[in-house]
Design a protein around this ligand. Structure first.
Ligand SMILES: NC(=O)c1ccc[n+]([C@@H]2O[C@H](COP(=O)([O-])OP(=O)(O)OC[C@H]3O[C@@H](n4cnc5c(N)ncnc54)[C@H](OP(=O)(O)O)[C@@H]3O)[C@@H](O)[C@H]2O)c1
Length: 298
């Protein structure tokens, strides 16, 4: 079984040191985010765990400090479903951090029943896309100031089933949990492409990542058959540490070996779906997102 597993889940490692670097990982209290944060802390980076629930965030920071000797980790409150919380988080970062080299937009909510964010957006579109879009907008000055720096947006293979429903972004006319998740993950890929074009000249590069199928709490909202199937095959799917490989790969690999705006899976550049390569849709989504958030990127 182990041999079969290692065939389908290749191992990856790197000894790059990140001493002197600062990273933010959203949704770092559990799953892929926590493992990504732990790995970066082990490389010497200062890591900010951006978590919705501070009790969980502080517990994760304690866990990492126990496992990684000398880890420089701190938990900060961030609810991506609330633009006020995103503003407060960013303000706090500007007040406390001199630099930001890696912004890892990892947090996500998947395949949940219909609900809306504090600002009234459908939860998966609001958290997975709009929340991270806004956070990146607010932190861009610090990323620019710290260049070379990177933004890593955690997407999913599910993006390939996605379509940006411009006439019903919030699923008010017709909500389907899987469709809404796929739309939000396609939005991650399109945001990355457009961001990369705009920020490469500033020394800020961007990558989207498919972590693979990973045994985390992501199934928490899924209905019985789907969640049960995922659990039954959990021995065949990636552990959270394995699910973090491509996030870490995109963080530590030298820039000249990566393609800014690219889509990465299994620690290599991959092809996203056709919809994920549609620059017209990426531009339109960018404009709509700015409009919804009432912001203007310079
Ligand atoms: N697991 C997979 O098979 C898989 C496959 C493809 C892509 N992904 C992507 O990988 C990323 C990480 O997922 P995971 O598998 O590690 O799932 P997870 O274990 O459920 O972790 C998700 C994280 O996101 C946080 N989060 C959710 N809503 C938030 C909000 N409003 N504000 C701030 N944080 C919020 C959660 O915080 P709480 O604990 O407080 O809820 C948690 O820390 C997601 O973007 C997901 O779409 C996962």
């Amino acid at each position: 079984m182990q041999a079969f597993r290692s065939l389908i889940i290749p191992k990856w490692s790197s000894d790059v040191c990140l001493e002197g670097k600062t990273a933010i990982v959203t949704g770092a209290n559990t799953g892929i985010g926590k493992e990504t944060a732990k790995d970066l802390a082990g490389r010497g980076a200062r890591v900010i765990l951006a978590c919705r629930d501070m009790a969980k965030g502080e517990q994760a920071a304690r866990d990492i400090m126990r496992e990684v000797k000398g880890a420089k980790v701190v938990a900060r409150q961030l609810d991506l479903a609330d633009t006020k919380s995103i503003c407060l988080f960013a303000e706090n970062i500007y007040n406390t951090e001199k630099a930001l080299h890696y912004l890892i937009n990892n947090a996500g909510v998947a395949i949940c029943p219909y609900s809306i964010t504090v600002d009234g957006y459908e939860m998966q579109f609001g958290v997975n896309h709009l929340g991270h879009f806004f956070l990146t907008f607010l932190l861009l000055d610090l990323l620019k100031h710290s260049a070379p720096s990177r933004v890593i947006n955690v997407s999913s293979a599910a993006h390939a089933m996605g379509k940006i429903q411009f006439d019903d972004l919030n699923g008010e006319k017709d909500y389907h949990p899987v469709r809404a998740y796929a739309q939000s993950k396609l939005a991650n890929v399109l945001f990355t492409r457009e961001l990369a074009k705009r920020t490469e000249v500033l020394g800020v590069t961007a990558y989207s990542v498919d972590p693979g199928i990973v045994n985390t709490e992501i199934t928490r909202h899924m209905r019985r058959p789907l969640a049960d199937i995922a659990k039954a095959f959990s021995f065949l799917i990636k552990t959270p540490a394995e699910g973090a490989y491509t996030n870490i790969y995109c963080t530590v690999t030298p820039e000249n070996q990566l393609l800014t705006g690219g889509y990465y899976k299994d620690c290599a550049c991959a092809e996203s779906s056709w919809a994920g390569q549609d620059d017209g849709t990426a531009l339109k989504l960018w404009a709509v997102s700015c409009h919804l958030l009432g912001i203007r990127w310079r």
